[in-house]
Design a protein around this ligand. Structure first.
Ligand code: SF4
Length: 363
């Protein structure tokens, strides 16, 4: 992918850290025209809230591992977010990060190695629990990997633990760092997928679906477990034919083996995001259609539409393979029942289902 980064800012005190040094070396190689300066020296930068021109390397003061912010009204999967950074060099029209953060730039936490000590201590203190950990919530897990080397840094720590898995979720084909590691244990390489029309029209900066699937194929061939996320599913005229094209491509490129899970989620957003999407992406179609507010304040498609989206995807994915670990993201028990034919009852039930998938794939 092509970066639009022109400036790298490093918080004072971090310039000597191995993480920052590695990032600076990579920037010099990949983006030779980018300016590298210390963070107090920002006067020359003109940037707005959505700027993707500046990469900040800074220290994160909070806890690195936190539960995914689900809501009590919906069944949540019990995922843990490893907060390695915020912001993303890609620019999907529907990205919720547009309304999440009011700080500009791409922020990468250069004190991750010291933060990891605390995270691993927590994981090791609960040997009977499975920690499903991912970095792809507030950023894309691999979009900045050629610069910051997250995969090579994190994989050895998680591979060596029996009660954790690490999921690296992306819309890129930046798999070089992961493939260069000498272990594949307990690592899930996963891709966000959509219909070809949504991928090319709404996922600005992301690589094509074929390239994502080719990357998945390479990781699968190299022994990694893989996962997919159809989230957000978008309802528009012709969606069925379009999503079938993606499923056909999956069938052509991949074997349905060692797929740990495939999640399905329909487009949902806080009301404030709609104005931002219309302003920043005037040609986007994602806000077309009728949405109703849910109990968590987010706008969602009407329930019958959500059920139709999930039922259709389930029917066709299960024709490909009955063993894909399909699950719904942030849905109600009755929507599960009608579209998936079963219902995990609550978040604990969904966590148990996904933990079982981990045991099945990794033992
Ligand atoms: S890839 Fe993910 S994080 Fe990046 S802009 Fe798209 S939706 Fe947002």
């Amino acid at each position: 992918m092509r970066y639009s980064i022109t400036d790298i800012l490093i918080d004072s005190g971090l310039d000597d850290s191995p993480f920052a040094k590695r990032a600076v070396d990579n920037v010099r190689r990949l983006l030779p025209k980018a300016t590298i300066s210390t963070a107090h020296d920002t006067g020359h930068l003109k940037q707005d809230q959505f700027s993707k021109h500046v990469l900040y390397l800074l220290a994160y003061p909070g806890q690195f591992l936190k539960p995914c912010p689900g809501t009590t009204e919906h069944i949540c999967c019990g995922y843990q977010i490893l907060n390695v950074g915020t912001g993303c060099p890609m620019d999907c029209s529907y990205c919720i990060l547009q309304s999440y953060f009011n700080q500009p730039g791409l922020r990468v936490f250069a004190n991750i190695e010291s933060g990891l000590k605390e995270v691993l201590k927590r994981i090791d203190s609960k040997p009977n629990r499975i920690f499903r950990v991912g970095t792809g919530e507030f950023t894309d897990s691999l979009a900045l990997d050629p610069i910051v080397g997250w995969a090579e840094l994190l994989i050895p720590y998680f591979s060596s633990r029996k009660n954790a898995v690490l999921e690296l979720k992306t819309k890129t084909d930046h798999i070089h760092g992961a493939l260069s590691c000498n272990t594949r244990e307990r690592i899930i390489m996963s891709w966000s997928l959509n219909s070809p029309m949504i991928a090319s029209r709404e996922e600005h900066g992301a690589v094509s679906l074929r390239r994502r699937l080719e990357a998945a194929k390479s990781c699968q061939a190299e022994g990694f477990a893989i996962g997919f996320h159809f989230d957000p599913l978008i309802y528009y005229p012709g969606w069925k034919e379009d999503y079938l094209r993606t499923l056909d491509l999956m069938d052509k490129v991949l074997e349905p083996e060692r797929i740990i899970w495939i999640s399905l989620g329909s487009f949902r957003f806080m009301p404030s995001l709609k104005r931002i999407i219309r302003k920043r992406h005037p040609n986007s179609i994602v806000t077309n259609g009728e949405f109703v507010p849910g109990k968590d304040g987010k706008m969602r498609y009407f329930k019958p539409i959500r059920v139709e989206l999930y039922s259709f995807m389930r029917e066709h994915l299960e024709k490909w393979s009955p063993d894909l670990g399909l699950y719904l993201c942030m849905e109600a028990p009755d929507v599960w029942e009608t579209s998936m034919g079963w219902n995990p009852v609550n978040s604990e039930g969904l966590s148990a289902f996904l933990d079982e998938r981990v045991r099945k794939i990794f033992g």
